[in-house]
Design a protein around this ligand. Sequence first.
Ligand code: 5GP
Ligand code: MN
Length: 337
Amino acid sequence: MNNQLLKAFHRALSSTKKTIIIPHKNPDGDALGSSLALHAFLIKTGHDSRIIAPNEYPEFLDWMPSQEEIIKFSQLPDESTQLVEDADIIFTLDFNQLSRIDKLAPVVEQSDALKIMIDHHENPGDYAPITYSDPSKGSTCEMVFELISSLDHDQIDASIATSLYTGIMTDTGSFRFPSTTARTHQIVGTLIEKGAKPNTIHQKVYDNYSFGRLQLLGTALNNLKKIDEIPVVYITLSQKELNQNNFKKGDTEGFVNYGLSLAGITLAAIMIENESEKIIKMSFRSKGSFDVNQFAKKYFNGGGHINAAGGISSLNLDETEAKFRNAVIDEKSQFNV
Ligand code: 5GP
Ligand code: MN
């Protein structure tokens, strides 16, 4: 991070502040890890800090250090609103458009607090006077590491290291996505020295499938379809299929990546029906130059990164599937086939 930005952070935190940290809706390991690490750092350095998540997070993250302190806006809207109204600083982590926090967005917009964005997605919005945005980074956790290590490296303890390690591990696909750099590994090396336990963290996140979740993966893989003549595969999961397998939030995390493990495939997608929200949630993963951030933005009101993005469809599952098929056929020239 550059000097000017670091000075702005120093100034913002030069006296005791009431801070709020907000990760994006349906927070993942990176959103929660960066929030919990920053939260621990702020408390250790004398500030008041609360984390308000827009909604619940999956079970495979409910062991993270101090996660029980996270307030869920969906459960406590009035208390959360009051806290946001009283805050001096609002940190927004792992997203860069307020629409990503859903019903919390108007509450944040109306607050007089200083807004600070720390995020690694493309095309940051302009709502935060202090914007630390770096799409070249594989995770927001790496950015929070750079920040707190510049502010006061000695504060990084085993809890902070564990939270940051978790987010870096999950957002880099266990250090295999192209965003993984030498710096990523240097940071992770430091985190291990500070007390993060890679083997334990990996097991807690990845080896805790419920029976239903593993069977749901079977259904998802059975539903895998390939589009003729272009290197694209996709999975659909209907609400009925989710219900049959005791679906719980987070159960489909990572399913989309299986498509990319097929030889020669450069785009994989998953479409998951959500009856209560009347939407189809979509995830896209690509290899090489096919830009799923642009694709998600153009066709499915979404965004993300070049090789990992998501979006939403308000059509039904069959119509969404048809729209997806037509969209990739329209983009056929991008697949070099
Ligand atoms: P996932 O597919 O794992 O939900 O998300 C992949 C990436 O795309 C993440 O960086 C996530 O923040 C972003 N993303 C997922 N869904 C959406 C969406 O609906 N809108 C936008 N703008 N980004 C999304
Ligand atoms: Mn992230």
